[in-house]
Ligand binder design. Structure first.
Ligand code: GLT
Ligand code: MN
Ligand code: MN
Length: 387
């Protein structure tokens, strides 16, 4: 087993709202006190973490005066300088304040939409000021409970308009910021807008600057509705759109749990880590998870350490997968190398004629086994530490 100590080169990052989550849930009040952003930075650095992310409101409490804002930024910057932690991402809270209860970029009230865009512009400025390369967008309050109350094609127009405007703002200011849109299927509003990675990828292509916009998929969001996260992330990578990722764990069919990475569905977590490692994804390994509600004090940092330890252990297993002779033979028996070869190549009329004239011995082609059970068991053995 290789060294499982997190180090900055692993690019692990946590949101202020994750380790700083006070334990509130829909049925109960907070169970732990708030932690100041700079104290979070020092504690994360002690754990070997590389980056920190935040919502505008996590860092600068809403209603702060310019002087208070400067005071917060001074302490936060000092903590970053003292520790070498980077700001890996910034995002805008467009869901907590009741002004957004009917939506933000797709609110029916144009005044609310303009406020949402203004708040986002300020958040983009804050992120740029602190060196965040990515601005995440989670449209938690877009969508609707009463279907008739929001014609969806108009909502798409307004969402598109907001992103076209904000992309121009970034260009106008000369920021290097890229946007990462975070899909979420079914909460907190009834029918959430753009629910999956696939929906989001299609929407991005409708924008005026699609090259500035990618996705920020989250394990819990696809998993809660039973989708396969691994395939969604693979498609984002294949499309060159994996700009950021939110790692956590989730049980199917439950509300958004944001559990410690790898704490549920360890086989899925293994394939996800293997995908990220094999693909050369160079972005943050960002944990959007929170400690169990029963934790406090050191329990919070045990939680953070657990996320990273599991990631590193699975990355180690992923490398063993490549070095394992028996697994490589099983991959060959499963025909895996064949999928990496071209089927026909580019179309020509001659090639089409040739194909039409070909005969296939479908009986012979059908008459083979693929040893997929053997291959899968080898993976299970690997994960269980039996090889
Ligand atoms: C909220 C949501 C997360 C998003 C955050 C970014 S906010 O906690 O549930 O998945 O990533 O806005
Ligand atoms: Mn998230
Ligand atoms: Mn979540």
């Amino acid at each position: 087993m290789s060294d499982l100590t997190p180090r900055p080169e692993h690019k692990f990052s946590f949101g202020l709202w994750t380790v700083g989550h006070p334990g509130r849930d829909p049925f109960g009040e907070v169970t732990r006190p708030p932690i100041e952003p700079w104290d979070i930075v020092y504690s994360l650095a002690d754990q070997g973490v590389w980056g920190v992310s935040f919502h505008d409101d996590d860092l600068i409490p809403p209603g702060s005066t310019p002087g208070e804002r400067e005071g917060v930024l001074k302490k936060f910057r000092k903590a970053l300088d003292d520790t070498g932690l980077v700001v890996s991402m910034a995002t805008t809270n467009l869901f907590w304040n009741p002004v957004f209860k009917e939506g933000a970029f797709t609110a029916n009230d144009p005044e609310i939409r303009r406020y949402a865009i203004q708040k986002t512009m300020r958040s983009i400025d804050l992120g740029a000021e602190l060196g965040a390369p990515t601005q995440v967008f989670w449209g938690g309050r877009e969508g609707v409970e009463a279907v008739a109350a929001k014609p969806p094609r108009d909502a798409f127009d307004r969402y598109q308009e907001a992103f076209n405007f904000l992309c121009e703002y970034v260009k106008d200011r000369g920021y290097p910021t890229r946007f990462a849109l975070e899909p979420k299927p079914n909460e907190p509003r009834g029918d959430t807008f753009l629910p999956t990675i696939g929906h989001m990828l299609a929407f991005i292509e409708s924008l005026e600057h699609p090259e500035m916009v990618g996705v920020n998929p989250e394990v819990a969001h696809e998993k809660m509705v039973g989708l396969n996260f691994y395939h969604g992330v693979a498609q984002a990578i294949w499309a060159g759109k994996l700009f950021h990722i939110d790692l956590n764990a989730q049980q199917v069919g439950r509300y958004d749990q944001d559990l410690r990475f790898g704490s549920e569905g360890v086989k899925d977590a293994f394939f996800l880590v293997k995908l990220l490692e094999d693909s050369g994804y160079a972005g943050p390994r960002h944990f959007d998870a929170r400690p169990y509600r029963v934790e406090q004090d050191e329990g919070i940092w045990e939680f953070a350490a657990g996320c990273m330890r599991t990631y590193l252990a699975l990355a180690d297993k992923a490398h063993r997968f490549d070095d394992d002779q028996e697994i490589q033979e099983a991959l060959a028996q499963a025909g895996v190398p064949g999928l990496a070869t071209e089927t026909l190549g580019a179309y020509t009329p001659e090639l089409a004629q040739e194909l039409l004239a070909s005969e296939f011995d479908t009986e012979a082609l059908a008459n083979r086994g693929y040893h997929n059970d053997k291959l899968d068991q080898l993976v299970i053995d690997l994960i269980l530490g039996l090889r």
